[in-house]
Design a protein around this ligand. Structure first.
Ligand code: AR6
Length: 289
């Protein structure tokens, strides 16, 4: 029974919605033009490459997932704890051989019982508001090193947790643009074409909001409709035929589709992170079957 439930909740890389798809479904709202702020040139290939999903990182069947680790690399709480629990003891055994990792960098291991192929352990900074510049540099270093490691290890898809935004206290609205810029810079660089999908995996609503705000400012829509036509559409409603894709807002529905499925502990106090209604969960489950 446990085995069946586990298989049902794994999300294949092809089901992780891209920014292009989210724009098309009007689940990602283009940035409203602001005076003196020029948006970058829209790129269809980048929008097809960037993925956004809300859910449990340990359930993503991508080539590599990026753990929010600490310098010891010996496990901890938050997403780190969830990854070690899901991977099994082999992961800790391998981590013990790595000799830790500096803040702002990352190391790669196997994935053991996880559905991905590799785990990249990135050590984000503990946020200090008086040292924002150094924190941003270290956070960007985590993303860049992780992408380099993925490319060097023939990983074509990679999914990031929102590094440092939990226990380490980095404000989501400050961390998201640093993360997105580092990814964009990498995609524009010489190894950029080695990666086919780079996914931002959010978990709590403050990160969902931050990525919904910042992604359109780095990866503008290529959709032809005038921006005045855009409006937010309730999650799950789609003009597309076939099963509804897993959108950023809906992924948690899938993860908690059965009442018996327990999400890993969320490490931040997030008082108003409302879950989906039971009715919506049921609808979503039926669509997925
Ligand atoms: N899937 C996806 N994202 C998750 C999951 C999950 N299962 N669980 C939590 N998150 P955190 P940090 C999100 O605290 O701030 C550990 O003890 C979470 O909502 O895991 O970098 C390490 O060992 C947040 O957005 O990592 C370090 O000591 C994001 O993951 C320390 O915490 C990162 O939150 C690292 O702190």
């Amino acid at each position: 029974m446990l085995g069946i439930r586990r298989i049902m909740t794994i999300v294949p890389v092809s089901e992780i919605p891209t920014v292009s798809l989210l724009y098309h479904l009007k689940k990602l709202v283009p940035a409203t033009p602001e005076p003196n702020v020029e948006l970058p040139k829209p790129s269809q290939s980048f929008n097809d490459c960037i993925g956004l999903i809300r859910g449990d990182l340990t359930k993503l069947e991508v080539d590599a997932i990026v753990n929010a680790a600490n310098e010891s690399l010996l496990g901890g709480g938050g997403v780190d704890g969830a990854i070690h629990r899901a991977a099994g003891p082999g992961l800790l055994r391998e981590c013990r051989t790595l000799g830790g990792c500096d803040t702002g960098s990352a190391k790669i291991t196997g994935a053991y019982d996880l559905p991905c192929k590799k785990v990249i352990h990135a050590v984000g900074p503990v946020y200090e508001s008086w040292d924002k510049k150094e924190c941003a540099k270290e956070l960007a270093g985590c993303y860049t090193t992780s992408l380099q490691l993925a490319a060097a290890n023939a990983c074509k898809s990679i999914a990031f947790s929102a590094l440092s935004t939990g226990i380490y206290g980095y404000p989501s609205h400050d961390a998201a643009p640093v993360a997105i810029k580092a990814v964009k810079d990498f995609l524009e660089g010489e190894d950029g074409d080695k990666l086919e999908k780079v996914v931002f995996c959010t978990f709590v609503s403050k990160d969902v909001d931050a990525y919904n705000y910042w992604l359109p400012r780095f990866f503008p829509s290529t959709e032809p409709e005038p921006e005045s036509d855009w409006e937010e559409v309730e999650g799950g409603e789609s003009a597309e035929n076939g099963p509804a894709p897993v959108a950023a807002e809906d992924a948690m529905v899938m993860e908690s589709g059965e009442t018996s499925v327990t999400l890993p502990d969320v490490p931040t106090a997030e008082p108003t992170d409302d879950g989906p209604s039971p009715k919506k969960q049921k609808q979503n489950d039926e669509e997925k079957l």
